[in-house]
Design a protein around this ligand. Structure first.
Ligand code: DX5
Ligand code: ZN
Length: 217
């Protein structure tokens, strides 16, 4: 059974407290927070003041996906806000090894994110250093996009790299996850599934979370 990390990007921000409480009481494992700067991706989401309030109410680990340039400027701020894991884009960081180590030294779990076009082989020399790899299954920037089918092969390739190197990294998949592809992603080797639209557009979001985890449609 995969871990499930609902993305608050698809929540109703006029009643964020209620959506957070729903997640607290659901079978969701983590909260997925999408931070976008309008530069690395063509959209702006939310920042520190909102995350501070989310952290106050959320009773599960905060899995934070940074879609921003020069993310290292804010590692300490995120630690102070109570973030548990920080994932940074391979495409947004020049000194990836240094950045990953900075995150870990601050006491957070470190993840590296790959855009859909970035080859898995780029992870070869960082894979034993990271706690998690996040595979984007859409082009980052927006919720509710269509899942890219090539993701299954990428997850399988990453699983092999992890096995071959003795890495303990978890594989997280983010973007367009739904009831149909969730079981296939788990079979391919995904450990954590992010879901925004599938959870929050459902009539019963906590039931959708249960179904995504249990793989019953
Ligand atoms: C996209 C974000 C995703 C997104 C997922 O840039 O990283 O986390 O919110 O939403 P869905 O599941 O709707 O694709
Ligand atoms: Zn995300």
């Amino acid at each position: 059974m995969p871990l499930l990390a609902p993305s608050l990007l698809s929540a109703d921000f006029t009643r964020l407290g209620e959506d957070i409480e729903m997640l607290n009481q659901s079978e969701a494992d983590w909260f997925h927070l999408d931070v976008m700067d309008g530069v690395f991706v063509p959209n702006i989401s939310f920042g520190m003041p909102v995350i501070k309030d989310i952290a106050r109410l959320a009773r599960k680990p905060l899995d934070t996906h940074l879609m921003i340039v020069k993310p290292e400027r804010y590692f300490e701020v995120f630690r102070d806000l109570g973030i548990d894991s920080l994932s940074i884009h391979y495409e947004a960081v020049v000194h990836l090894n240094r950045a990953v180590n900075q995150i870990k030294e601050l006491g957070m779990k470190a993840g590296v994110v790959l855009n859909p076009h970035t080859p898995i082989v780029m992870l070869t020399d960082i894979i034993t250093e990271v706690d998690m790899i996040l595979i984007m299954s859409v082009n980052p920037g927006f919720g509710g996009q269509k899942f890219i089918e090539g993701t299954y092969g990428r997850v399988r390739e990453l699983k092999k790299l992890i096995k071959d190197t003795g890495s303990t990294a978890l594989i997280e998949v983010d973007g367009g996850v739904n009831f149909e592809n969730a079981p296939l992603l788990t079979a391919a080797g995904a450990d954590v599934l992010v879901a925004g639209n599938t959870v929050f557009s459902a009539e019963n979001p906590s039931h959708a979370i249960k179904m995504l985890k249990n793989h019953k449609v």
